[in-house]
Write a protein that binds this ligand. Structure first.
Ligand SMILES: [Zn+2]
Length: 243
């Protein structure tokens, strides 16, 4: 492939890339908005999961206390029966049993009090925050749906054109040397998709700076790549693409 052909290839690539870029810019900031909304939704989901887990732990702890209290109550009932049955042989035995009942009742009271103090406030807080998150989530999801729908509509309109441009680009790329492509991409990245500039009447059309006549002649002869000294774009003489 001659140097001229290599340059023309890059010029064509730039043209297609420009059209693709314009097509993408029709979508405006919708894709970015969708990304933001999705990350917002993830944050809410994570926080809600955290809170639900905390609530479950509290409930499990409360159930543990409830089980302990049930066992204590059973014990109290049994001991009560024995006390009343008159089967106890000594005062000592009687006192011991009475004390056991007292202790169990005291423990139940303490358990209930502790459980209420520890948890009721926190549980209400969690419920509050969860319902707040549910409201926010609802809004985020509705907004996401709107944006997704909008993007879908826009893509429907431009999708066919985009497909054609991408096919055209693939075709052009087949005739572009990988090293030339890497060179192009490097410049394209810093020049917002405009890596190649036309030289017309001694000026770079990328930045409108003038090019010395001798250099303009060399650019026309295209025996190597020339970069614009002021903007850095790959230069191609207009005569090469209109010929
Ligand atoms: Zn320039």
């Amino acid at each position: 492939m001659s140097m001229k052909e290599r340059l023309i290839g890059l010029y064509k690539l730039n043209k297609v890339d420009r059209e693709l870029h314009e097509l993408m810019s029709l979508r405006g900031d919708i894709p970015i908005r969708i990304e933001d909304l999705e990350s917002e939704k993830r944050e809410h989901d994570n926080r809600a999961a955290e809170l639900r887990k905390e609530l479950e732990d509290i409930i499990a702890a409360e159930e543990g206390v409830q089980t302990e209290n049930d066992t204590l109550l059973e014990k109290i009932e049994k001991n009560d029966e024995r006390l009343r049955s008159g089967a106890l042989k000594s005062n000592k035995e009687y006192d011991a049993l009475a004390k056991e009942i007292e202790d169990a009742k005291e423990k139940i009271k303490l358990n209930e009090k502790a459980s209420k103090e520890d948890n009721s406030g926190r549980k209400a807080e969690i419920e509050n925050e969860l319902s707040l998150i549910a409201g926010q989530l609802e809004e985020v999801i509705a907004e996401l749906e709107t944006n997704n729908h909008e993007l879908e509509e826009l893509t429907k309109q431009t999708g066919e054109e985009e497909k054609e441009l991408i096919a055209e680009r693939d075709e052009i790329l087949k005739n572009i040397d990988p090293e030339d492509f890497a060179h192009y991409e490097r410049i394209s990245k810093v020049k917002y998709g405009e890596a190649v500039a036309i030289v017309r009447k001694g000026s770079c059309l990328g930045c409108y700076s003038s090019i010395p006549p001798q250099k303009a002649i060399e650019i026309r002869m295209a025996e190597k790549f020339y970069a614009c000294e002021s903007c850095g774009r790959i230069l191609i003489a207009e005569e090469l693409i209109t010929a």
